[in-house]
Ligand binder design. Structure first.
Ligand code: AMP
Length: 449
């Protein structure tokens, strides 16, 4: 089967050709025909399966004839990065159609969005919060809407967007086509599907297991040796772009800084960055100026860099679904990729659940020549981080007024874990629980060191 069997309009087929897609992916084969027939579709597919084109192509096909400069398609996505990525796909696939797409999300000025909406667009890709603001302010007119897409619905649940989504849907024309995509079919997704989809066709690929173009490996390691192991692994591995996941924003920032210090072209992406800095990190990673991006799950959602050769879980994710999502960033489409996960003894139960989902045991590896016996420092500075937001509000002035917070006492003395004086003042970093259950120490400081 190739794309010609969808009988796409030549202007849309030109976009497919320009991107070099030759064979539709399984989700595209299954979803494009019913979506083109106008049916509601529930798509169970993870990132990396080609699900974006599965809804973008039929939307372009539907919107090509008919009125212009009215919002006729609305795609709701959980994160700005995913929204930007979908918008890029629309522009790439629809390059010859002259249909206009725009993104709407928070954290950036609202005025340019209002200007674009006033000038007229055909497709809006939006995150729920800011979209709701526009609806409430009547700066967006959705009366002509024909197609609604809820992308990564499971993520939107995780991020607490469900009430916003329900409010948005109430404002949309009842007569419309609705498509919903999710990596999982948890009970709440099933419930929402029941509420918003009319007589849907369900299509499913890959269940919740990650794409099988990915090779998985576990690296058992003590918590305090992770950074050292990472450095050693990078030295001995042939890589293109690498995406590294940490559990907390603070750790993403710190590991990014340590990599930079060690001479790597690395950036970190975490929720505390301004929109401009996030965009610069993402653009730099996409165009190869940064080879390594260190990110938290939320910050990394939707990242699509086709040359990602390795995903490294510096910290194992909290759930098997999060593992699937992270790993979805490599081995995309026809490419293959490696997924390395650092695991401590405490992570074993989660490893077993991931293995159950994969249907296979994951290979355990030890890195030759790496000193796994090095003792932990007397006091592990890694966990001497600021208290949770609520605690800080009681004890401290505003985050911007504070200097560096993390105590440097007792840092491991390896080359890869040098203190980063004055640079690690996380704003609102959500600390992870201590994996060993040991008490964290924190001494509030109100002056710069
Ligand atoms: P997605 O799951 O939509 O994020 O897509 C994952 C990646 O696969 C993106 O880089 C797409 O450009 C690419 N892709 C989507 N469909 C195809 C296809 N039919 N052939 C080759 N690559 C594709």
């Amino acid at each position: 089967m190739n794309f010609s069997s969808f009988k796409l309009h030549p202007q849309i087929a030109a976009g497919v050709e320009a991107l070099g897609y030759q064979i539709p992916t399984p989700i595209q084969k299954q979803a494009i025909p019913p979506v083109m027939e106008g049916r509601d579709v529930m798509g169970l597919a993870q990132t990396g399966t080609g699900k974006t084109a599965a809804f973008v192509l039929p939307i372009l096909e539907r919107l090509l004839p008919g009125a212009r400069n009215k919002v006729r398609a609305l795609i709701i996505a959980p994160t700005r990065e995913l929204a930007e990525q979908i918008h890029t796909s629309i522009n790439d696939l629809g390059r010859k159609t002259h249909l206009k797409s725009m993104t709407i999300y928070g954290g950036v000025s609202v005025n340019p969005q209002i200007t674009k909406l006033r000038a007229g667009v055909d497709i809006v890709v939006a995150c729920p919060g800011r979209l709701l603001d526009h609806i409430n302010q009547k700066t967006i007119n959705l009366a002509s809407l024909e197609v609604l897409v809820l992308d990564e619905a499971d993520r939107m649940f995780d991020m607490g967007f469900l009430p916003d989504i329900r409010r948005i849907i109430k404002q949309l024309p009842v007569k419309r086509q609705t498509l919903m995509f999710s990596a999982t079919m948890a009970d709440d997704i099933r419930k929402l599907a029941h509420e918003v989809l009319h007589d849907p066709v369900t299509v499913q690929v890959g269940h919740t297991a990650p794409a099988n173009t990915v090779a998985h490996a576990l690296y058992p390691v003590e918590q305090h040796l992770k950074t050292g192991l990472l450095m050693e692994l990078l030295k001995h591995t042939d890589t293109e772009s690498i995406l590294i996941f940490t559990r907390t924003k603070h750790r993403a920032k710190r590991v990014g800084q340590q990599l930079e210090k060690a001479g790597y072209k690395a950036a970190s992406l975490q929720g505390n960055l301004s929109q401009n800095k996030r965009q610069a990190a993402l653009d730099g990673f996409r165009d190869g100026s940064y080879q390594i991006l260190v990110a938290t799950d939320i910050a990394a959602r939707g990242i699509d860099v086709s040359s990602i050769s390795h995903v490294i879980n510096y910290d194992i994710p909290d759930t098997t679904d999060a593992y699937t999502h992270r790993i979805g960033r490599t081995g995309r489409a026809a490419k293959t990729g490696d997924a390395f996960t650092f695991v401590t003894r405490e992570d074993e139960p989660l490893v077993r659940s991931i293995e159950r989902v994969l249907g296979d045991k994951i290979e355990r590896r030890t890195l030759k020549g790496f000193d796994y016996t090095k003792a932990a420092p007397a006091r592990d500075a890694e966990f001497a981080r600021p208290p949770r937001e609520s605690q800080r509000r009681r004890t401290q002035p505003k985050p911007e007024q504070r200097g560096a917070q993390a105590s440097h006492a007792g840092r491991p003395k390896t080359h890869s874990a040098q203190p980063q004086r004055g640079t690690n003042a996380p704003r609102g970093a959500a600390p992870a629980s201590h994996p060993t259950g040991a008490a964290r120490t924190f001494k509030p400081r109100t002056h710069r060191p």
